[in-house]
Design a protein around this ligand. Structure first.
Ligand SMILES: Nc1ncnc2c1ncn2[C@@H]1O[C@H](COP(=O)(O)OP(=O)(O)OP(=O)(O)O)[C@@H](O)[C@H]1O
Length: 480
C-alpha cells in the first residue's frame, strides 16, 4: 500500500483547496488548508507537514518566496508548486527553490496525487538545487500550452547537470532556442555556446568543422584550426540537424563522446574536451537507424533526455501569445507598436503554420514593418499569409452567412410580395457577388486569370460580371 502522510495545501482559491484536499484525504493523507502565506507560516509550525503544496500567486505575496528557507529548516519536506503563471521562469524558480515538483494550472488531479505519492516515497527534500542566482529576465521561450509546460519542466531539471539532450521537432519549432535556453540558464552559461548545422555544411567538411584540422591535412588547410568541440570547451555544443550527419562522422563523434577526447583531422595528439552536447533533429531517427543511416549506439548516447517540441498547429493556444510577443519585440526594436484585431487573431489561430514559430515570427515582423494601421486586421493578415493555405472559411462564418441570407430573403419577401417583379435572385447576387469578386481579385493583386481560377469560373465570365457590376478592374488593382 502506498505511503500516506501529512499535506498542507496552500491556495487562495477555496474550490482548489476543497478538490485537492478531498482527493488527498481519499488517498489516506491528513490534509490542512491555508489561503495565504500568513496562514501557511502558522500551519508550518503547528501542523509540520511532510508535503507542502503551494500556489505561487497568493493574496499576501509570492508563494515561492520563503520556500527555500522552509526547505532549509526542514530538509525532509517536499514542496509541490502549483502555478497559473505557466512560464519557463516559474518552472525554473520552482526548481531552484528546491521544489520537488512543479505543476502548471490547470493540473490533472491524478497527476497531483501521483506527485504526492512520489514525494512521500522520495523524502529527500531536494535542497541541492538551492538558489543559484540565475538571470530570469528576458527568458526567450514563449508559450503556455501543456506541451510547452512539459518543455519548461524538462529544461528546469537539466540545468544543474550535464546530461545529453536530444531536441525533437519540425523546422521552426524552437529547437535551437531551447538549446540556447538550457545553456544560458545552466551552470555553463559563462562559457561558449557553439552551434553547428549538419545540413548546412558540405558533407566532406563536417569532420574538419567539428574536430578541427592540422596544417596540410587537406588542400587549403593552411594552419591548424580548432574545431567546434574545442571552441565550445567548457560550454555547450549544439549539433543541429544531427539526422543529416554522414555515417563516418557519426562514428568519429561517438568515439569523441565516449573518450572525451578530440583528435583533429590529420592530427595524432588527442585533446581533452569538456562540452555538454545538445543535439536536435526534425528527422525520425529510429527510422534512420532501421535504414542503416544513423548509428543506434550514437542515438542512445545523444537521447539521454529527449525534449519534444510539437508543431505550432498542435499547440494553437500559444499562437496569439507568440504573435503578440513578436509585435512587442518589433516595438522594442523601434517600430510602431501594433495591436492585433480580434478577426486577425482568429485567422492566426485557424492557420496551420507549416513553418511553425519561425513563419509566425516572419509574418508578424513583416506586418509590423509594412502595415500602416495601428491595428492589424484579418484582411491585412490574409495578404501576408499564403493564400491557398488560409483555410476555406470555416463552418461558423458560413453559418452566419446562411443566416444573413435567410433574414434578407424573409425581409425582401415581406416587402416584395406586393411588387410585380421583385427579382430576388438577382438582387441577392448583386449584394454578395461583387464582394466575392472584389476580395478575390484583391487577394491576387488584380490578376484576373488567377482570380478566375480561385473562383472556379472562366476568365471571360469574370470580365463580364465585372462590367455588369460596374467594377473597374484597373480601379480595383489601384485601390488594393
Ligand atoms: N517558444 C518560442 N518563443 C519565442 N520565440 C520562439 C519560440 N520558438 C521559436 N521561436 C523563434 O522562432 C524562430 C525559429 O526557432 P529556432 O531556430 O529555434 O527553430 P528550430 O526548430 O531550431 O528550426 P530549424 O530546425 O529550422 O533549425 C527563432 O527566431 C526563435 O527565436
Amino acid at each position: 500500500m502506498a505511503a500516506t502522510g501529512t499535506v498542507l495545501v496552500v491556495d487562495d482559491d477555496p474550490a482548489i483547496c476543497v478538490v485537492v484536499g478531498e482527493a488527498l484525504r481519499r488517498q489516506g493523507h491528513k490534509v490542512k488548508i491555508a489561503g495565504s502565506i500568513r496562514e501557511r507560516t502558522a500551519l508550518m509550525e503547528s501542523f509540520s507537514p511532510d508535503i507542502l503544496i503551494t500556489d505561487v500567486m497568493l493574496p499576501d505575496g509570492d508563494g515561492l518566496d520563503g520556500v527555500a528557507e522552509i526547505i532549509e529548516r526542514k530538509p525532509d519536506l517536499n514542496v509541490i508548486i502549483l502555478s497559473a503563471q505557466n512560464t519557463l521562469n516559474t518552472a525554473i524558480r520552482a526548481t531552484e527553490k528546491g521544489a520537488f515538483e512543479y505543476l502548471p494550472k490547470p493540473f490533472d488531479l491524478n497527476e497531483l496525487t501521483r506527485a504526492v505519492a512520489d514525494a512521500l516515497g522520495h523524502r529527500s527534500g531536494g535542497a541541492d538545487a538551492s538558489e543559484q542566482g540565475l538571470p530570469h529576465d528576458g527568458l526567450p521561450l514563449v508559450g503556455r500550452s501543456p506541451a510547452m509546460q512539459e518543455v519548461y519542466r524538462t529544461i528546469a531539471r537539466v540545468l544543474s547537470n550535464d546530461l545529453s539532450i536530444l531536441v525533437l521537432g519540425e523546422s521552426g519549432t524552437g529547437k535551437e532556442l531551447v538549446a540556447e535556453a538550457i545553456h544560458s540558464l545552466g551552470q555553463r552559461r559563462t562559457r561558449p555556446f557553439v552551434a553547428i548545422n549538419m545540413a548546412a555544411i558540405p558533407r566532406e567538411l563536417i569532420e574538419a568543422e567539428l574536430f578541427g584540422y592540422e596544417k596540410g591535412a587537406f588542400t587549403g588547410a593552411q594552419a591548424r584550426t580548432a574545431g567546434k568541440f574545442e571552441q565550445a570547451q567548457g560550454g555547450t555544443l549544439f549539433l543541429d540537424e544531427i539526422g543529416d550527419m554522414p555515417m563516418e562522422a557519426q562514428t568519429r563523434l561517438l568515439r569523441v563522446l565516449q573518450s572525451g577526447e578530440v583528435t583533429t583531422v590529420g592530427g595524432s595528439k588527442p585533446v581533452r574536451v569538456d562540452v555538454r552536447i545538445i543535439a536536435a533533429t526534425n528527422k525520425d531517427l529510429p527510422r534512420l537507424i532501421e535504414d542503416n543511416r544513423f548509428r543506434q549506439d550514437l542515438y542512445y548516447r545523444l537521447n539521454v533526455v529527449p525534449v519534444s517540441l510539437p508543431p505550432l498547429r498542435e499547440r494553437r493556444e500559444d499562437v496569439i501569445l507568440l504573435a503578440r510577443h513578436f509585435l512587442d519585440r518589433a516595438a522594442q526594436d523601434g517600430l510602431p507598436r501594433k495591436a492585433l484585431a480580434e478577426d486577425a487573431a482568429q485567422l492566426l489561430m485557424a492557420y496551420h503554420w507549416p513553418g511553425n514559430v519561425r513563419e509566425l515570427q516572419n509574418i508578424m515582423q513583416r506586418l509590423a514593418v509594412l502595415s500602416r494601421e495601428n491595428v492589424i486586421a484579418a484582411d491585412m493578415l490574409r495578404h501576408a499569409l499564403p493564400l491557398d493555405a488560409v483555410p476555406a472559411d470555416h463552418a461558423a462564418p458560413a453559418g452566419q452567412l446562411a443566416q444573413a441570407v435567410r433574414e434578407w430573403t424573409k425581409r425582401q419577401l415581406g416587402v416584395g410580395l406586393g411588387q410585380a417583379n421583385p427579382q430576388l435572385h438577382d438582387n441577392l447576387l448583386a449584394v454578395i457577388e461583387p464582394i466575392l469578386l472584389q476580395e478575390t481579385l484583391a487577394s491576387v493583386d488584380g490578376n484576373q486569370i488567377r482570380a478566375a481560377g480561385l473562383l472556379g469560373i472562366n476568365r471571360n465570365t469574370l470580365r463580364k460580371k465585372l462590367t455588369d457590376y460596374g467594377l473597374d478592374p484597373l480601379q480595383l488593382r489601384l485601390s488594393d
